[in-house]
Design a protein around this ligand. Structure first.
Ligand code: SF4
Length: 450
């Protein structure tokens, strides 16, 4: 790696948001609650047809992977899932009457935790609860996250029969030494078996999640890893940068700092992946996704309908995203609303027949303009200058060093992030983040940007 690049890493490797929303979650307010959320949903014209996206959070996992920052509940007491499904039903009963009946569900995603913690029977029952209350389009994208360590053929067959057509599979790293250090022992055979079943059952898109920056990753080991990934030919690859924030995620304290790759090595791993994935015909999408040319994510990129949200990158920009379950986040035009993060608070609100909203945000006009710029940068690595020239002249000035450093090119009508700048796109977005810029001190709430 060149000395110049090393200097850039040292300069820009700071703590910053991942921009799955703008404003980012720490700037939402706990005064936002049921009334604000309900009023927004009920203000929509009940005679128009609009696309709807439904997210469901299943928080349970059998074991905790040390690196994971998701809101999960570790338990092997499967009866907990029955109780939870009962509360999900209560939430659907409370919220769904506020959604216009004319709205058509074009996207469904179940995430977690581990959605395949549910048995085939529970999966079927939960899906039917949605079918009873919403009109699901025959062409809807219906996806679920699966953990190959606990997923059976019976569950996958049930999912396919119900209409699920996309699978997202957690892999993270094939190396047993890395797996041991993150408490996630997943054999190559388990991954290949679930992948084969998904292909046999005709899921139309298979995504695999990998993480770089994990303990004990080396260039040699990682290259082997990447070759194994491309040999399986997933349609999409989500390639996440591990965020080491043990002050926020207590389990990460089990990961010794000395075992983590340096920022320089992480960048090398990312560049290696970029090279190998591109060589095998994958198009890089946004910050950390790769997709085959015939995958929906590439079409969404070409048609400018990509969306960045809490699920990563999705294909439908203008849907209203309604989320159900503990800690889940709805993204509805100019508001965000998050459910309680603690199961006991979530259950209590529903027992009292209240929407379980913990906090949220109503976007000002300024927030909306900045969100558009940040999301364009995160999705397409570009932003339109005429739209920002008058209002954001200070920000454009602030970007000048990054233009000189080769992260961006500037033409009369747009800012374009370069291949080098792709690695620093969060730093570029931070310039447009009014809340981040107002902070007096660097926040420990965020992960490092490189
Ligand atoms: S990575 Fe997946 S399986 Fe592991 S703790 Fe997080 S949600 Fe659970």
């Amino acid at each position: 790696m060149s000395t110049e690049l090393l200097k850039l890493i040292q300069k820009y490797d700071v703590q910053g948001p991942r921009y799955t929303s703008y404003p980012t979650v720490p700037h939402w307010s706990s005064t936002f609650g049921q009334s604000e959320f309900k009023t927004t949903l009920e203000s929509f014209d009940r005679n128009t047809i609009r696309p709807l996206s439904l997210y469901t959070h299943i928080p349970f996992c059998e074991e905790k992977c040390y690196y994971c920052a998701c809101n999960v509940i570790i338990t092997r007491h499967k009866e907990q899932a029955d109780l939870y499904l009962g509360y999900l039903k209560k939430e659907l009963d409370l919220v769904s009457p506020s959604v216009p009946k004319t709205y058509s569900v074009t996207q469904i995603h179940w995430g977690g935790g581990t959605p395949t913690y549910l048995s085939a029977k529970q999966i079927e029952m939960l899906f039917q609860e949605y079918e009873k209350r919403f009109s699901i389009s025959a062409t809807a994208e219906i996806s679920i996250e699966v953990d190959p360590r606990v997923t059976t053929f019976e569950q996958l067959k049930t999912l396919r029969t119900l209409g699920f057509n996309r699978i997202s599979m957690g892999v993270q790293d094939f190396d047993p030494k890395v797996q041991l250090s993150i408490n996630r022992n997943q054999t190559e055979e388990q991954t290949i078996q679930v992948h084969t079943w998904c292909q046999e059952l005709g899921f139309t898109s298979i995504n695999m999640d990998f993480v770089y920056g994990l303990p004990f990753q080396t260039r040699e080991g990682f290259e082997k890893n990447l070759k194994m990934i491309v040999a399986l030919e997933p349609d999409r690859i989500a390639f996440y940068n591990y965020a080491h924030v043990p002050w926020q995620v207590p389990y990460q304290k089990f990961i010794p700092e000395h075992s983590l790759p340096t920022a320089e090595l992480k960048l090398e791993l990312f560049q290696l992946a970029l090279e190998i994935f591109k060589d095998r015909g994958y198009l890089p999408i946004g910050l950390d996704h790769f997709a085959k040319m015939d995958d929906g994510l590439v079409k969404a990129f070409e048609h400018k309908t990509l969306r960045r949200n809490f699920m990563g990158y999705t294909t439908q920009k203008n849907t209203l995203l309604l989320a159900f379950g503990v800690s889940s986040i709805s993204d509805v035009e100019t508001i965000y609303a998050q459910n309680f993060r603690k199961l006991s608070d979530y259950y209590k609100a529903l027992d009292e027949k209240r929407w379980p909203v913990m906090r949220g945000c109503v976007l000002s006009l300024d927030d909306q303009l900045r969100r558009e710029i940040i999301m364009n940068l995160m999705c397409y690595l570009e932003a339109s200058i005429p739209e920002m020239e008058k209002k954001f002249s200070t920000e454009l000035k602030q970007l000048e060093p990054m233009v000189s450093e080769g992260f961006l090119t500037r033409s009369p009508d747009r800012l374009q992030v370069t291949e080098l700048g792709r690695m620093f796109v969060r730093n570029i977005c931070m310039v447009f983040d009014a809340y981040f810029q107002r902070q007096q001190e660097p926040s420990k709430r965020y992960s490092r940007t490189v």
